[in-house]
Design a protein around this ligand. Structure first.
Ligand code: URA
Length: 235
């Protein structure tokens, strides 16, 4: 693919269009060992070797990150007051990253962050019913009746009942631990499902989305790039 030099550098997060133009004009950018001062110069993203102020700049069309989202962070791209999940991806090159779907501010766990809109659409499309598995701690005793009710679908006050969900009780008492797999992504869905059963979610963490499983080695707040295999499986 061929791209204007200023666009190439902007997309790789090296500054605004006017900032990178200035740097190019000062002769601080080389392509294949030659100083290029024209921002409109066309870069071959596959074969050209670009140096920006002496540092190599590899072109990445798409970036894919797995974040173990901490609580207290919002699933948005930017916000004037709050830290967003994108702010946590310090090593990113692309400036057009976004979270694939939303987790509530207090929810932790797996969040895919990318600039691949087609993949995001496939994962989020209501028609595709991609499985999402969560670990949850519940105030109250989760019973086999809840398991049955979740399997049949729950009335959470929307036009339609929820689709059948698989609830697995890990531990039950006055506080319970469960794993829940849902195939939709309605607003506050899990909290509303338990609320409809007279119980409240005390802690929620996403463990899996489709084929993508949260890497146990990632501490909360940490992230890593997806492997080639993970990307292929998702696609
Ligand atoms: N369901 C919820 O209630 N909250 C989330 O963050 C995700 C699913």
């Amino acid at each position: 693919m061929k791209l204007r030099l200023d666009r190439y550098l902007t997309e790789m997060g090296l500054g605004t269009r006017s900032e990178v133009k200035r740097t190019v004009g000062k002769g601080l950018v080389q392509i294949n060992g030659i100083i290029i001062k024209r921002p409109e110069h066309k870069v071959d993203t596959e074969s050209d070797k670009v140096l920006y102020q002496g540092n190599p700049v590899a072109y990445a069309k798409y970036e894919y990150y797995m974040l173990n989202k901490p609580g207290g962070i919002i699933s948005a791209t930017e916000d004037l007051k709050e830290t967003t999940v994108i702010d946590l991806i310090k090593g990113r090159q692309r400036q057009d990253l976004f979270p694939v779907g939303r987790l509530d501010k207090d929810t932790e766990g797996l969040l895919l962050i990318t600039n691949d809109g087609k993949l995001a659409h496939r994962l989020l499309s209501p028609k595709k019913h991609v499985d999402k598995t969560y670990y949850a701690e519940i105030d109250g005793e989760v019973t086999e009746e809840d398991v049955k009710a979740f399997a049949e679908g729950i009335d959470i006050g929307d036009e339609k009942m929820t689709l059948p969900a698989e609830l697995v009780i890990l531990q039950s008492g006055c506080g319970s631990e469960v794993e829940l797999t849902i195939r939709e992504g309605r607003f506050h869905q899990i909290k509303r499902m338990f609320h409809a059963r007279g119980k409240e979610v005390a802690y929620l963490k996403r463990l899996r989305m489709g084929s993508l499983v949260l890497d146990e080695k990632l501490k909360t707040g940490e992230y890593r790039e997806l492997t080639k295999k993970e990307i292929e499986e998702l696609c």
